[in-house]
Design a protein around this ligand. Structure first.
Ligand SMILES: [Mg+2]
Length: 201
């Protein structure tokens, strides 16, 4: 099977890190559990300049490398790869974050997974003609049986795959969202994700 896995808040605890950063940089006290919006400017009540500074800081290599692994992620992904499944990490991080993101994967035992940057959120810094920076048309040619994703704003990238099962990683900012169809399932941890994929494998 071919499996799409998002990076932030699926593989690692980015939201928790941004909650700490917003407190440190702007004195905003919004604990992880209270992060009700995917949009961080709305979550932390930031103006455009503050939001930009937060995003730059949160995507610096030392920040990216410090994000904690979501428990069980690498073990489950490596089990899939050993079982012959193909796993692609499709991240909405800007391409400027590619190298440290690759380094994070390697340091967490995920050398065998492919990493691709897809401009999911209209952010900047996407480089054309790189094998790791996906244009939408390249992405649309990829086929997946499962997707692991936390962001409701990324659901539109699944519309062209009528048989895809989407495993939505439970996060405070996706608890109120309506799923587009019955192929979406909320998952609370990697053990649950593993179970759902193995039922189909
Ligand atoms: Mg994410």
């Amino acid at each position: 099977m071919r499996i799409y896995v998002d990076f932030d808040d699926c593989l690692c605890e980015t939201g928790r890190a941004f909650s700490k950063l917003a407190a440190e940089m702007f004195g905003r006290d919004v604990p992880y559990e209270d992060m009700r919006f995917f949009e961080l400017d709305k979550t932390f009540d930031l103006d455009d300049g503050q939001f930009e500074r937060l995003m730059i800081r949160g995507h610096e290599p030392e920040a990216l490398l410090s994000y904690k692994e979501t428990p069980g992620a690498s073990a489950v992904i490596n089990e899939w790869i050993s079982g012959g499944h193909e796993v692609s990490i499709i991240t909405g991080r800007p391409f400027s974050a590619y190298e440290p993101s690759r380094e994070w994967l390697d340091a967490h035992g995920l050398r065998k997974v492919g990493l691709y940057c897809l401009n999911k959120y209209g952010r900047d810094s996407f480089i054309k003609d790189s094998p790791f920076s996906l244009e939408l048309e390249d992405y649309n040619r990829m086929q997946f049986d499962f997707a692991v994703e936390d962001s409701p704003r990324a659901f539109r990238f699944f519309e062209h795959l009528p048989n895809l099962r989407v495993l939505v990683f439970d996060r405070p900012w996706n608890r109120d969202c309506a799923f587009p169809n019955g192929r979406y399932t909320r998952c609370f941890d990697w053990a649950g994700i593993r179970r759902l994929v193995s039922e189909r494998a």
